[in-house]
Design a protein. Sequence first.
Length: 318
Amino acid sequence: MSHLSTSLFKHQAVKPAFWFVVLGAALWGVDPLFRIILLDSLTSTQIALLEHIILVLFMAPVMWKHRQELRKLRLRHLGALLFISWGGSALATIMFTKGLETGDLNAVLLLQKLQPLFAILMARWLLKESLPKSFGTLFIVAIVGTYLLTFGFKLPFTNLNDIIQVGSLMSIGAALLWGGSTVMGRYLLGAVNYETVTSLRFILALPLLLALVIGERQVWTLPGESGALALVGLNLLLQALLPGLLSLLLYYKGLSAIKASYATLAELSFPMVGVMINWIAFQQVVTVTQVAGFLMIWATLLIISRQQERNAQPLAAA
């Protein structure tokens, strides 16, 4: 009876877990709104450092509460921890911010859609995950929907020089690191809980970011007026807590119960939030093609969620 109850619980948890990842990734959509404002006063590295200081202050007590989890980690987990903390948390954050600062915003956002490609390849290689027969078709539908959300029917690039530029290269690097972090995070969640993974992601990134800021030797140009300084502080706090802390807690909670290859498609909820942010903050009218893209992505997410629910039913019955 206990075994049956556990199986039924796992079955019921599959669908919510998928949407936890969707919600966590959707919160990333508000990230550029805060980050672009902060670039008026700080460098990309300085923003990342201050953001992680705030995150560590919040997550250090959580890590202390779950400190017994550290005993479950083995030497083989060290590489995954360094990848998600140094790569996915520190370097990817700097590269994405630098991309927003030096590149075309549309190009930076579109190139982030390479994350699923990197994650799928790494999931098949490292986690030996099998993919459903319809995964390729669903992936193409989601990418087309993302393209329509970002560009409509217009061509994003007029020549090769628009792609090969600093901002675009930074964005590709961030996509590679974040896509890989999805897989490495899923690997770590096989050993410890999501609170521990989230805490270590921020805590281990802090020394590297501090060293990068010191090596950068850039002057801190915070505004002198108290009102402007308070605005910078508020933006930094919201940036750290919403698309930073809350999004990752939801993300890793969901990721602990689903495959990394499913999660990386769930992360495509990001462009939908980006469209709403543009509409609300910058009064950009949503076009018919953007609505079509929105519906294509949500249809993909719904189908994948239904597939997971059906796949879980035989396990629950057993």
